[in-house]
Every structure is written in C-alpha cells, then in structure tokens.
Design a binder for this molecule. Structure first.
Ligand SMILES: *Cc1c(COP(=O)(O)O)cnc(C)c1O
Length: 418
C-alpha cells in the first residue's frame, strides 16, 4: 500500500510487532519492572542514549532498560498518540496533572513569570497559584476576549516581562466553552522571546483533543492531555500525555524519569485499547452534542447555552477562532437553567440515564454543577465574572442514542420547573 493511512486506520497496529510477542495479535501487558540486556556492552549503550551521554546513531534504537524509563506498552501508546497531533514525540503520564505539573516544573525556574489564560482547570489553577509560588514562580493571567495588545500590557505591568518563560492556555475554557487564539498566544510568546530566551506555548487540549483540535498546527510548542477524558474515554483510568518536538519532549521525558510519574504498563495497555475506538466514539459524541444543544437552545426552562456551535458570526472574535481551530463543536455543553441552585440541583437529582459525576469525555453522559463542584475553588467574584453561576450545569455528552439523552434532559427539566 502506497497511500498514507489515516490515524484511525493505524490505531490497531502501529508500532507493534507480533513476532516479538509470540505472535499475539494484541500488544500484551508488559508487566515487568526491568529488562534483560543481551550483554554488558548493550546495557552500557542503552544507558548512554537514555541519559543523553551520546547521540543515537542512525538506525540505533533506545533499548528497553527499566519501566520507569521505558516500557513497550508506553512506547507503542506514545507512538500512536503522535499520529493524531502529528507530533514528533509523546510522553505519557499516570495522570493529566502529572503531565501538566511536569511541564510547568521543566520549563519554569525560580524568578520566572508564567502567563496563563483564565479560567483554567481547577487542578492546574491550584498548582499554578498555590504550589508554584513556593518555588518563587510568578504568574499573570488574561481573560477570553482580551486583545494581544492588552495581554502584552498585562505582562509588562508585572515588571517581570523579561522573565516570561511560558504561556499556558486552555481552549476551549472549561466550563464556558470560550475560545482562546493559539496563534495569537504564540505571537505574544514570540514578542517576549529574545536571542537567549525562547518563550514556549503549552496548550491543554483535553476538551477537544486529539480529534477535534490540533494546537501544534496553530503554533503551540507543547500540547497536554488529561487522557482520563476522551483518550481513555471509559471512566476507568486516570492518565495524561504531553506532545511536541523531540527537542522539548526530551526535556519532559528527562524530568519524568526522575519524578517517576510515568504511566504504568497496565494504564498504557488500557489506553491502547481505548485508542482503537477514539475516532468512532468522538464522532458519535460530537454528533450527539449538536442534537442536544439544538434541543436546549429552544427549551423554555433554559436561559443560556454555552456551546461552540452557538457562536455566531456576530461575535467576530470568537467566530474567527472557531473557524481556525475547531474541527467540530465538541462534546461539552454548559447551560444556565432558569432559576438558581435549587432548580439546578432538582435537575441534576432527576436525571436517570445521565450520571451525576465530574470528569468528561467518557462513553456515558455525565452532568455536574461547576459552581459547587469542579470550580468551587475559584474565587466567587471571578466565578461570577466568568458566568460560572449557581444556575450553570455542565454536560459531557456520551455515545448513547441522542434521543435517549434528550428525553432524560427533558424529563429532568420538567421535574426542576415544578
Ligand atoms: C481532568 C482535567 C485535567 C486533569 O487531569 P487528571 O487526569 O484528572 O489528572 C486537566 N485539564 C483538564 C482540562 C481536565 O479536564
């Protein structure tokens, strides 16, 4: 076959050689801590490469050493994940937070400034605002809708513009689905880069990736995932991933080796299995979400729907970003119910098919209340400014039949309005 195969066609086989595993059609779980070297010379050569003491020669592979450094389940998973984002390298972690915190620690040092978009996932927000300051790392934040010039001014006003080292964004923002321009973030990073200091851009792509948005194509240096969400997709595993160039991923993998927060062989194997149906699952989820949003848009008990598909040309800034970056409207919908916390809770408690739980991107539809659950840690004033009020409900749309999802929402809305 000469035609290049698409990622979804490669998810069952790419990077796995059955002849190395007794002919097993599926990659087994390599539940082993260490690997036997053929001889001492081979062990020496593997370590020289793994620890960067010399360059890999052409055709020379990094042999298996020890499962904190490498393991077949992780390497095959990493190779398959690079296909979606067309990345040179990938590193998988035992959680999304492990991937995020490792990147922040690798690319920031005491005295540095980090620029972030707001709002961020609660765990990322906590790590940046409560933990990084203990290491002398400062942050500045900008909001959706602020122009490049305004954001540059925010950085300059800190008095630490010369220390800006990383721009960290999350788009679409959780739970409001507001979009942030990746290309423009890269331009801001370039504005503050100098001959001897390169400012990098990292994007948390959990909400749309890796099928519906490819940040590396829009100028990002690093893309991050909570693989617990769409990539894992079955609410049965916690994992994370980071992708980018070989040059940057060497640094990420270097720190991962010494923090020891790589994924386990079992987690790697579970994600390999999940990847086989990733495209199929996400296609159904995006299609279902369009149908559910259309239903919510006209429902009398619903005040406002936050959905990428609802962005109209009238909102020029958001519309332009959507056309550039988003390949679908995604599978996440938030909405304001008419009323307050009381009505929101009645709705959540009345759901039958949709489960009341945090997390997202799984086969089953989930619903939660951001103001008292995922975003309870966000300062209340900021929360209100961001429209995360007690009226808001967040839905993660699964792969059930869309009419069953809609019927469940419809009944729960009726129960909430009596
Ligand atoms: C869940 C999530 C994370 C954290 O991932 P874990 O796998 O729970 O550690 C980070 N970012 C976003 C956007 C998330 O939804």
């Amino acid at each position: 076959m000469t035609k290049k195969l698409r990622p979804e066609s490669l998810m069952m086989s790419y990077g796995y050689k059955p002849e190395l595993s007794e002919g097993a059609v599926k990659c087994p779980i390599f539940q082993t801590s260490t690997f036997v070297f053929k001889n001492a010379e081979e062990g020496k050569a593997f370590f020289e490469i793994a620890y960067g003491h010399r360059q890999q020669q052409v055709g020379e592979e990094l042999g298996l050493i020890y499962s904190r450094i490498n393991n077949p389940d992780l390497e095959i998973l990493e190779n398959r994940l690079t296909l979606w984002d067309e990345a040179e390298e990938c590193a998988v972690f035992e959680s999304g937070m492990a991937a995020i915190s490792t990147v922040l620690l690798e690319f920031l040092k005491p005295g540095d400034l980090l620029l972030i978009s707001s709002p961020l996932y609660g765990g990322s927000d906590h790590f940046i605002k409560k933990i990084l300051p203990k290491f002398g790392i400062h942050y500045a934040e900008f909001r959706v809708g602020q122009s490049k010039e305004e954001i540059i001014e925010i950085v300059e006003k800190t008095g630490k513009a010369d220390k800006l080292a990383l721009v960290y964004i999350e788009t679409p923002a959780n739970p409001t689905n507001d979009l942030i321009d990746i290309r423009s973030s890269k331009e801001i990073a370039a504005h503050f880069s100098t001959g001897d200091k390169e400012v990098f851009v990292a994007v948390d792509n959990t909400y749309l990736g890796p099928i519906w948005q490819h940040p590396l194509k829009h100028g990002a240096d690093l893309v991050l995932y909570s693989a617990t969400k769409y990539i894992g997709g079955h609410s049965d595993v916690i994992a994370g991933a980071c992708l980018g160039s070989k040059r940057l991923l060497n640094r990420v993998k270097g720190l991962r080796t010494f923090l020891g927060n790589m994924a386990s062989p079992n987690t790697g194997w579970l994600l390999l299995r999940s990847l086989e149906t990733l495209k199929a699952r996400m296609d159904i989820q995006a299609n279902n979400a369009n149908k559910v949003a259309a239903f919510l848009n006209t429902h009398p008990s619903v005040e406002k729907v936050y959905f990428i598909g609802n962005i109209t040309e009238a909102d020029k800034e958001q519309y332009t970003i959507r056309q550039k970056q988003c390949l679908t409207n995604g599978g996440m919908i938030s909405f304001d119910i008419k009323g307050s916390e009381k009505e929101a809770f009645k709705f959540l408690n009345a759901l039958q098919l949709i489960k009341l739980a945090v997390s997202l991107g799984s086969t089953e539809s989930l619903a939660e209340h951001p103001a008292t659950m995922t975003h309870v840690d966000v300062d209340k004033t900021l929360r209100n400014q961001l429209s995360i009020t007690e009226k808001m409900i967040r839905l993660s749309i699964g792969v059930e039949h869309y009419e069953d999802i809609i019927d469940d929402i419809n009944s729960a809305l009726m129960a909430a309005s009596v």
